[in-house]
Design a protein around this ligand. Structure first.
Ligand code: P1T
Length: 367
C-alpha cells in the first residue's frame, strides 16, 4: 500500500543538495504525488495537481488568469463555484458571464477578445444539464480559450473530458472519487504542459494542498470507483423509473431519460448517466414546507449537502447547496421550492424506493 508520508520537510545532504525529489511538503509530498499520478492516469492527463478541496482546485485554476480576463461560465454550476466567481475573483478584476452553453454557435458569439476560459459542469449541479464537450472544445480551440470541465458528477469512469478535447478536468474528490464522505479534496488534471506548470506553481505558492493522510484516503477510495459507479448508475436508473411515474413528482431531471434535452449528447459522451437525480415535487403554493417534510421523513437517505458517497443523500438546493445564488438566478434555472436533489448511494435499491414512499406520504400530509 502507498505509505502515508507525514513529513512536512525532508533532510538535505547539504544546503540545496536534495536527497530526492522532495524538499518541503507544500511543494511536493510522495503520498500526494501518488494520488496526483493516479488521478491524472484516470483522466488520461499528463499532469495532476491535488488540492485541499474542490473549491481550492477551482480557485487555483482561476489564479492562472489575471485581472481584466474574462471567463464564460455555464449557467448551472455548484453554488460554491458561483460564489468564487461572483464574490471572490470579481474583487480581483476577473470578469465572468454565466450562460446556457447548449448552443455552441451562441457560445462562439459570446466570446470576447479578453475571454481566456470556458468553464462548465456536465452533468451540471443541480439541474443535471448536459453540454457538448467536443463541440465546445472546437469553439474554445478556435478562439484560443482554455476549456475547463468540472467532471465531479460523471467521474472519469463515465466521461473523460480530455479525450473530448477539453484542456483541463477539475474535480471535487470529496464526492465519488473518494466515495466515502470522509475527505474534502480537489484536483485539476491536464495534458497542457504550460497549464500544468502554472498549476503546480500556484499549488506551491498559494498552498491549498491535499494532506498526505487525505491523499491516502482518496487513493483507497479510488480502488473501488469502477464497481461503485456501476451500482450508483444502476440504482439511479431504477429510482428514475419509479419517480417518473409518481403523481407527486412534476418533473425528473436525469440525462438518461429520453425526454432530457441533453440525452443524445450524454449518450454520446458518457458511458453511463450517473448517480445523481433531481426532481420537482408538486408543492403547489406551499413554499418549501412540503419538500422539507419529504426530506425530514427520509430514513435511508440522509438530509445533507454533498454527494457521491456510499450512503444516499437528499437535499433542497434552494436553501442548501445553491443558497449563494441570487434569487433571480435560481428562478431562471428552475431551482424552486420543490426541487430536491438525490445522490443515490449503494444501499439496497428496494430500501431506497420504500424510503422515497415514506417521504411522499409525509409530503402529502403537509400539502
Ligand atoms: O466541496 P468541495 O470539495 O470544495 O467541492 C466543490 C465542488 C466543486 N464542483 C462540484 C460540481 C461540486 O458539486 C462541488 C461541491 N458540491 C457540494 C458540496 C454539493 O453538495 O453540491
Amino acid at each position: 500500500m502507498t505509505p502515508i508520508v507525514l513529513a512536512s520537510t525532508f533532510a538535505q545532504d547539504g544546503p540545496g543538495v536534495l536527497k530526492g525529489p522532495y524538499d518541503y511538503s507544500r511543494a511536493g509530498n510522495p503520498t500526494r504525488t501518488a494520488l496526483e499520478q493516479c488521478l491524472a492516469a484516470l483522466e488520461g492527463a499528463k499532469h495532476g495537481v491535488a488540492f485541499g478541496s474542490g473549491c481550492a482546485a477551482t480557485t487555483a485554476l482561476l489564479l492562472t488568469l489575471k485581472s481584466g480576463d474574462h471567463v464564460l461560465v455555464g449557467d448551472d454550476v455548484y453554488g460554491g463555484t458561483f460564489r468564487i466567481f461572483d464574490k471572490v475573483m470579481k474583487q480581483f478584476g476577473l470578469d465572468a458571464t454565466f450562460m446556457d452553453l447548449s448552443d455552441p454557435a451562441k457560445v462562439r458569439e459570446a466570446i470576447r477578445p479578453n475571454t481566456r476560459m470556458l468553464w462548465l459542469e456536465t452533468p451540471s449541479n443541480p439541474m443535471l444539464k448536459i453540454f457538448d464537450i467536443a463541440a465546445l472544445a472546437e469553439v474554445a480551440k478556435k478562439a484560443n480559450v482554455t476549456l475547463a470541465v468540472d467532471n465531479t458528477f460523471a467521474t472519469p469512469m463515465l466521461q473523460r473530458p480530455l479525450d473530448l478535447g477539453a484542456t483541463v478536468a477539475v474535480h471535487s474528490t470529496t464526492k465519488y472519487l473518494n466515495g466515502h464522505s470522509d475527505v474534502v479534496g480537489g484536483a485539476a488534471l491536464t495534458s497542457d504542459d504550460e497549464l500544468g506548470e502554472k498549476l503546480h506553481f500556484i499549488q506551491k505558492s498559494v498552498g491549498g494542498v491535499q494532506s498526505p493522510f487525505d491523499s491516502y484516503m482518496v487513493l483507497r477510495g479510488l480502488k473501488t470507483l469502477g464497481v461503485r459507479m456501476r451500482q450508483h448508475v444502476k440504482s439511479a436508473e431504477v429510482l428514475v423509473d419509479h419517480l417518473t411515474r409518481h403523481g407527486l413528482v412534476t418533473r425528473v431531471f436525469y440525462p438518461g431519460l429520453e425526454s432530457h434535452p441533453g440525452h443524445a449528447v450524454a449518450a454520446r459522451q458518457m458511458k453511463g448517466f450517473g448517480g445523481m437525480i433531481s426532481l420537482d415535487l408538486r408543492v403547489g403554493d406551499k413554499g418549501t414546507a412540503p419538500s422539507a417534510a419529504f426530506l425530514r421523513a427520509l430514513r435511508v437517505f440522509t438530509c445533507a449537502e454533498s454527494l457521491g458517497g456510499v450512503e444516499s443523500l437528499a437535499e433542497l438546493p434552494a436553501i442548501m447547496t445553491h443558497a449563494s445564488l441570487t434569487p433571480e438566478a435560481r428562478r431562471s434555472l428552475g431551482i424552486g421550492d420543490g426541487l430536491v436533489r438525490l445522490s443515490v448511494g449503494l444501499e439496497d435499491v428496494e430500501d431506497l424506493k420504500e424510503d422515497l414512499e415514506r417521504g411522499f406520504r409525509a409530503m402529502e400530509a403537509a400539502l
